[in-house]
Design a binder for this molecule. Structure first.
Ligand code: PLP
Ligand code: COI
Length: 359
C-alpha cells in the first residue's frame, strides 16, 4: 500500500522545536516538527509523497486555491493513553469524507488506506508531540489545495495534499462548561445542492461574519438555519447538534447542507446501543421554543472532533432565551462525553472497534 504513490521519503528536521507547555495549550496555535506532503498532476496522479520539516510552502500567487477556493480539509485527533500508547478514532471515516468533499469540489480522490498509513508514519516521527495531560490531544489537519498557477476559473490541474499536526487543549476556552449560542436569522451558511455537506474552506469563510458578531455579543457560535425557509435547524460552526426533547433525542437529518459529522454518527450509535430513542429529522427553531415552554426541551449539546461533546447552556432564538440543564452540563451530555472520551483514550472497552492503536 505504501508504494501506491511511490515510497514515502523522510527528511527529518535538524532543528527540533521546543514542545509547548501542556498546561497552556490552546486550540491550533502550535505545530509539530514535521508535515506530510504529496503532489498531483494529470500526467502522474499522486506522486512524490514525503515527510518533511514543518514550514512555509512556496506557491505561485496565481494558485487556484487563493482565487477560486478549491480547498478541502479534515480534522481528527491522536490520543495519548494512560499506558503511553497512541490511538486514532475512526481515521478511515475522515479520509472517506475527504474524498466526498473532493468529489463535490471536483478535486482528485486519494486512496484511504494510503492516507491513513501516511498519517501513521507522520505521527510515528512526531510521536513525542502527542501531549500527555488529561483532555489534551494531537489535532490532525489533512488538507488539499488546488495549486495550478492560472487565473482561469476552471478546475485546477495541479494539487497538493498535506497533513499538519497540532497539540491542542479544549476547542472552546470554556472547556466542558456549557456554551452560549444563538439562532442566526440574518446570514445563512449553506443550501442543499451547494457545498454544505463538504468540508471545504468556503463554507467556513461564509460563516466568519456571523461568528464575529456572535463573539462580540458574548456567544460562542451561531446555530444555522436552513437557507431556503430559514426555519429548520442545521448545525453550529464547528459541530453538529442534538436536542433532548422528552424521552427522545433529535438531531437534524443529513440532507446535503450540513456536515455528516463522525462524532455525530458515533453519538447516534452510542445512544442507540444504550436503548435511547434517537431521531434524525427536520426540526424547526419554533418547535424548540414550543418544547421549551412545555418543559420538554431539557438538554442540548454539540458534537465534533474539536468540540468533542459540548454542552449548550443557553440557546437564544429571536426574543427567547432557553436555559438548558440549568445552564450546567446535562446528564446525557456528561454520559456521552465520558463514554466517547473513554473510548478515544482507551480507558473503557470499545465494543464498536472505533479506536485504533497505532503506537
Ligand atoms: N459541522 C461542522 C461545520 C464542522 O466543522 C465539524 C467539525 O469537523 C462538525 C460538524 C463535526 O464533525 P466531526 O464530528 O466529524 O468532527
Ligand atoms: C473539527 O472539529 O475537526 C473541525 O474541523 C472544526 C474546525 C472548525 C476546528
Amino acid at each position: 500500500m505504501d508504494a501506491m504513490y511511490g515510497e514515502i521519503k523522510i527528511e527529518r528536521t535538524l532543528t527540533p522545536k521546543q514542545k509547548p507547555n501542556e498546561d497552556k495549550l490552546v486550540f491550533g496555535h502550535e505545530f509539530t516538527d514535521h508535515m506530510f506532503e504529496m503532489d498531483w498532476n494529470k500526467e502522474q496522479g499522486w506522486h512524490d509523497p514525503r515527510i518533511v520539516p514543518y514550514g512555509p510552502l512556496t506557491l505561485s500567487p496565481a494558485c487556484n486555491c487563493f482565487h477560486y477556493g478549491q480547498e478541502t480539509f479534515e480534522g481528527l485527533k491522536a490520543y495519548r493513553c494512560e499506558d503511553g500508547s497512541i490511538r486514532l478514532f475512526r481515521p478511515e471515516e475522515n479520509f472517506k469524507r475527504l474524498n466526498n468533499s473532493n468529489d463535490r469540489l471536483s478535486m482528485p480522490q486519494i486512496d484511504v488506506d494510503f492516507a491513513v498509513n501516511a498519517l501513521k508514519k507522520l505521527i510515528e516521527i512526531d510521536a513525542d508531540w502527542v501531549p500527555h495531560k488529561k483532555d489534551t490531544s494531537l489535532y490532525i489537519r489533512p488538507f488539499m489545495i488546488g495549486t495550478e498557477p492560472s487565473l482561469g476559473a476552471h478546475t485546477s490541474n495541479q494539487y497538493k495534499f498535506l497533513i499538519i499536526l497540532s497539540p491542542v487543549g479544549a476547542y472552546y476556552a470554556t472547556g466542558l462548561s456549557p456554551v452560549k449560542i444563538y439562532v442566526e436569522d440574518q446570514y445563512v451558511r449553506a443550501v442543499r445542492g451547494g457545498t454544505g455537506f463538504a468540508k471545504c474552506g468556503g463554507n467556513y469563510a461564509a460563516s466568519m461574519k456571523a461568528q464575529d458578531i456572535a463573539e462580540a455579543e458574548g456567544f460562542s457560535q451561531v446555530l444555522w438555519l436552513d437557507g431556503v425557509e430559514r426555519k429548520y435547524i442545521e448545525e453550529v460552526g464547528a459541530m453538529n447538534v442534538f436536542f433532548v426533547l422528552g424521552d427522545e433525542v433529535v438531531t437534524p437529518a443529513l440532507q446535503g447542507s450540513i456536515l455528516p459529522g463522525i462524532t455525530r454518527k458515533s453519538v447516534i450509535e452510542l445512544l442507540r446501543s444504550w436503548g435511547v430513542k434517537v431521531t434524525e429529522r427536520r426540526i424547526s427553531a419554533e418547535e424548540l421554543v414550543e418544547a421549551y415552554k412545555e418543559g420538554k426541551f431539557t438538554e442540548m449539546f454539540g458534537s465534533g472532533t474539536a468540540a468533542v461533546i459540548s454542552p449548550v447552556g443557553l440557546l437564544r432564538y429571536e426574543g427567547t432565551d432557553m436555559v438548558l440543564s440549568g445552564g450546567k452540563i446535562g446528564e446525557l451530555s456528561q454520559k456521552l462525553y465520558d463514554s466517547l472520551t473513554g473510548i478515544q483514550w482507551g480507558r473503557v472497552e470499545d465494543p464498536f472497534g472505533w479506536s485504533v492503536k497505532i503506537l
